[in-house]
Design a protein around this ligand. Structure first.
Ligand code: SAM
Ligand code: SF4
Length: 475
């Protein structure tokens, strides 16, 4: 499916910086939409169209509480209509916190002398992964500081390790990465190691603010970071995740810039980002950030809803930086992936450390410390369908969210059945009775909602096989 990027985006060149601060502010400051215009834009998104920058600004400038409510409702409807009730689960695994950069919001930054530095050795990595598998995890994101020790060869090595660990019926089926930008050659190496998504957050797209918060190290180069995912695309790594760290600069500017980044990738590579992340700043060891731009809970919900409507085809990731209360609310505005059972302290999954967090060993504070099973339990209570599906990636169907979005019937023929099968595995291998009971009920309901007797029969046959001990069945 081809997009029609806005006029200027067509002039974007691969590898060239593309954020024009004045242009973004011009949209934010000049667009004063009527109520009808806001409704028209919501409707456009509900018809599965990507919004332009101008239209995104229309939603951002809709300040009337009633309109804000309509935007949230629109996002909720779009999510239900396009993606259904599935939520994909994953866990982050921090491999090392050495860092040569000096990002003032991050506990790992080089100038933070209180940080306790550690890189897991291979044995420790295997132990962590075994512990994650014992909890039922199938999808990981490996996270690293930016340091010469964590080059592309090392990252590829840790990816290999992760795919190799088998504990009981456990295995990791998809490894994503959040690490420093690489050269094209580096991206090729990690692609060859079989990664899923490579995430790089711009943190703030506002250059003067970026320069203020990134004092030294490679990351101080705004343009190098901004164009990093172009270098990934250059070598065919087209599964990329973008994000902004909300709280460094005006949230409306960051939302516009995320849409602009999406335009750029579409215009240059014909493929938008696989995921968008929207972390909010949390406390961290020696955090040194001006609170002026911190984002309230209300604005946070609003920005998620606007992003959902603006880029309806991408996955949206909400992490355990947020409290369970916030997560439970905003998940409905279009989130497709959340982490569960998250621990950031290096080595803490294997040590089962869940008492008090030591901020000097962590990048930032985790505010949702629910176990994976508790999260699954609560999703089930909320009539959602927890999923560990990795089928698209493993069958070479890249752009899974895009398929869900653009291929009619894809969700009912692939995503829901796969979610059901991975949940059935979880129930067999890891769930306590109470969770199993709820999960089978949700599975039954979702099977009936398929409205397709043949598909239902096929899924039931596979569930029988899973109950008899087979694993890793997917469509
Ligand atoms: N070192 C790599 C980099 O900077 O790209 C890997 C990413 S870092 C380990 C993961 C992300 O955490 C950062 O990109 C940033 O957006 C986010 N982060 C850093 N400090 C944070 C804080 N205090 N609160 C919330 N998120 C934070
Ligand atoms: Fe290092 Fe990344 Fe933290 Fe910056 S955000 S100090 S690059 S780990």
């Amino acid at each position: 499916m081809k997009f029609k990027p806005e006029k200027y985006a067509i002039n974007d060149e691969p590898g060239k910086a593309f954020i024009d601060e004045k242009e973004i502010w011009n949209y934010i400051e000049t667009i004063k939409p009527s109520n009808n215009r806001v409704r028209e834009v919501i409707q456009k998104a509900l018809n599965k169209n990507r919004l332009t920058l101008e239209e995104t600004a229309v939603l951002l400038n809709a300040d009337d509480p009633e309109l804000i409510d309509e935007i949230k409702k629109g996002a909720r409807t779009l999510k239900e209509r396009v993606y259904g009730n599935r939520i994909v689960l994953f866990a982050p695994l921090y491999i090392g916190n050495k860092c040569a950069n000096n990002c003032l919001y991050c506990g790992f930054r080089s100038s933070n002398k209180d940080a306790i530095r550690q890189t897991l050795d291979d044995k420790e990595i295997v132990k962590e992964i075994e512990a994650l598998e014992d909890n039922g995890q199938k999808r990981l994101i490996l996270v690293y500081g930016e340091h010469r020790d964590y080059d592309a060869d090392y990252i590829a090595h840790t990816v290999d390790l992760a795919y190799g660990v088998r504990k009981g019926n456990g295995e990791i089926r998809r490894v994503n990465i959040n690490a420093a930008p690489l050269t094209s050659e580096g991206f090729r190496k990690v692609k060859d190691a079989g990664i899923g998504t490579y995430q790089i957050f711009q943190e703030t797209y506002h250059k003067p603010t970026y320069e203020r918060y990134h004092l030294s190290g490679k990351k101080a180069d705004y343009d190098y970071r901004l164009t990093s995912l172009d270098r990934a695309q250059d070598v065919g790594l087209d599964d990329v995740g973008i994000g902004a760290l909300f709280g460094l600069y005006d949230w409306r500017f960051e939302v516009m810039a995320l849409v602009r980044h999406t335009n750029h990738l579409e215009a240059c590579y014909n493929v938008g980002p696989h995921t968008i992340s929207f972390p909010r700043i949390q406390s961290a060891s020696n955090l040194d950030v001006d609170e002026k731009y911190f984002v309230s809970d209300d604005d946070f919900a609003r920005l998620i809803a606007i992003l959902r409507l603006a880029v309806p085809y991408t996955g949206m990731i909400l992490t355990a930086r947020e409290t369970a209360k916030v997560r439970n609310e905003v998940i409905h505005f279009g989130v497709s992936q959340i982490d569960g059972g998250t621990k950031l302290e290096l080595g803490s999954y294997a040590m089962n450390l869940n008492e008090k967090q030591d901020l000097n060993k962590e990048q930032f504070k985790v505010n949702d410390d629910r176990s994976l099973n508790t999260i699954i339990d609560e999703l089930l209570d909320d009539d959602m369908l927890p999923s560990f599906c990795t089928a698209c990636y493993r069958l070479g169907r890249t752009g899974e969210h895009f398929m869900e979005f653009s291929v009619p019937g894809f969700i009912k023929s692939k995503c829901t059945p796969n979610a059901i099968l991975t949940l059935a595995e979880y129930v067999n291998d890891y769930a306590p009775d109470n969770t199993s009971h709820k999960a089978w009920k949700v599975i039954e309901k979702n099977l009936n909602d398929l409205n397709n007797e043949e598909m239902k029969k096929s899924v039931l046959e596979r569930i029988e096989k899973i109950n008899a001990g087979e694993r890793d069945l997917y469509y």
